[in-house]
Design a protein around this ligand. Structure first.
Ligand SMILES: [Zn+2]
Length: 64
């Protein structure tokens, strides 16, 4: 159930809204199914959305 009042977060531009990617490892489980690895988008931590407000630590000032 998706609440109607849920805020619409911008789609993560890093993964284009597909934060989890299944990669076929090329090997198989003993039962014959493919072994798949799940890679989660590091930019959105698998949420598929970017946060509306950037965390303070994202802004890094480099002094001279
Ligand atoms: Zn992402």
């Amino acid at each position: 159930m998706m609440p109607d009042h849920a805020p619409t977060l911008p789609i993560c531009r890093h993964c284009d809204g597909f934060p989890t990617v299944h990669i076929t490892a090329g090997t198989r489980h003993p039962d014959g199914t493919h072994v798949t690895l799940r890679a989660v988008c590091p930019a959105c931590q698998g949420t598929g959305h970017t946060r509306p407000a950037a965390p303070a630590h994202a802004v890094v000032r480099v002094g001279r």
